[in-house]
Design a protein around this ligand. Structure first.
Ligand SMILES: NC(=O)c1ccc[n+]([C@@H]2O[C@H](COP(=O)([O-])OP(=O)(O)OC[C@H]3O[C@@H](n4cnc5c(N)ncnc54)[C@H](OP(=O)(O)O)[C@@H]3O)[C@@H](O)[C@H]2O)c1
Length: 224
């Protein structure tokens, strides 16, 4: 996919990876709709990145996530890519994690990203790309992260099934299983304390992986 002129929605653009990605995409000439929960951060991004559109959302409002996607497509005149950067962890042995926390993790890490991606499908045309940031936890769920890993695995499974559905439309779905990235993410856990983590990827390195996922996606096939 060619980034220059691409119309891209970034839910979770107020986070460490989302905001760094937004800056890189903007610098590469993408047309952006940035969505986040934190109004102040969104406002700052809007001031620093001329021309970007912004909207707030809360992951618990799944209808709102879908409506925001439709609005983004309308305001941008279509959608070429969506990159979901929404997420929150929790830590601790499974018996110490409440069902309310489990519901929160499933909503923020799986249901909300799915709501954005599902709503984007009718707007995508040949050559479009949908990227979900999942994590290596989907491959190898670690102890004390059962609910976070289960939510990321649910998102990964959804992406894999829809990837097969969309192949004939030449819409690419990418499940980007990032390793630990040095963003302070673990410190924003809704419950529990993180284990000691090995040094992770830098934010620019994580953004480079997202950019590669977008640019490596095959372009629309030439018309016959
Ligand atoms: N950092 C890592 O080690 C790592 C590894 C693998 C995968 N990932 C994934 O990469 C993505 C970005 O992570 P990050 O490290 O950049 O973390 P981050 O800085 O904490 O960003 C998380 C984003 O999710 C948003 N969010 C959380 N709860 C929300 C809610 N209820 N409603 C709306 N938005 C909500 C945050 O909004 P606010 O700004 O308003 O809080 C923020 O924009 C996440 O999907 C994460 O799971 C991260």
């Amino acid at each position: 996919m060619d980034i220059e002129g691409a119309r891209v929605l970034v839910p979770g653009a107020t986070g460490a990876i989302g905001s760094a990605l937004a800056r890189t995409l903007h610098g590469s000439g993408a047309l952006l709709h940035l969505a986040g929960r934190d109004e102040a951060v969104l406002r700052t991004l809007g001031e620093q990145l001329p021309g970007v559109l912004t909207s707030t959302f809360d992951a618990y409002d799944l209808d709102g996530c879908a409506a925001l996607t439709d609005r983004a497509a309308e305001r941008l005149g279509g959608l070429d890519a969506v990159v979901t950067c929404v997420g929150v962890p929790a830590f601790g042995p499974a018996e110490t994690v409440s069902d309310a926390v489990a519901e929160h993790l499933m909503t923020v890490n799986a249901l909300a990203p799915v709501a954005f991606l599902r709503a984007a499908l009718p707007h995508m045309t040949s050559g479009g790309v949908l990227v979900a940031l999942t994590g290596v936890v989907a491959d190898a769920p670690p102890a004390h992260m059962a609910d976070y890993a289960a939510a990321k695995s649910a998102l990964a499974a959804w992406v894999e099934a829809v990837r097969k559905e969309q192949r004939r439309r030449h819409v690419t779905l990418v499940d980007l299983r990032l390793p630990h990235v040095e963003t302070g993410f673990a410190g924003r856990a809704v419950a529990g304390r993180p284990p000691r983590l090995p040094p992770g990827l830098s934010v620019p390195a994580a953004v480079a992986l997202v950019m590669a996922a977008l640019t490596d996606a095959p372009p629309a096939p030439a018309a016959a």
